[in-house]
Design a protein around this ligand. Structure first.
Ligand code: SF4
Length: 62
């Protein structure tokens, strides 16, 4: 699975980076997702972070 953050939607709330730092990091004021596959052990937290994003900026794709 891979994660993507839409930079046009992200409001920089830092929630995803707090919930799943293995996959999401802040770059300046916006979140960016790890390039490449989400480590298997981090998938549940990545999905949680996507669901918690207040502006639905995170997509998780198989
Ligand atoms: S939770 Fe959503 S709005 Fe907040 S930093 Fe992450 S991608 Fe951006």
């Amino acid at each position: 699975m891979k994660a993507f953050v839409d930079p046009d939607l992200c409001i920089g709330c830092t929630q995803c980076a707090g919930l799943c730092p293995e996959v999401f990091t802040m770059e300046g004021t916006l979140a960016v997702a790890l390039l490449g596959e989400i480590p298997a052990e981090a998938v549940p937290q990545a999905v949680d972070a996507a669901q918690a994003c207040p502006v639905s900026a995170i997509q998780i794709e198989a």
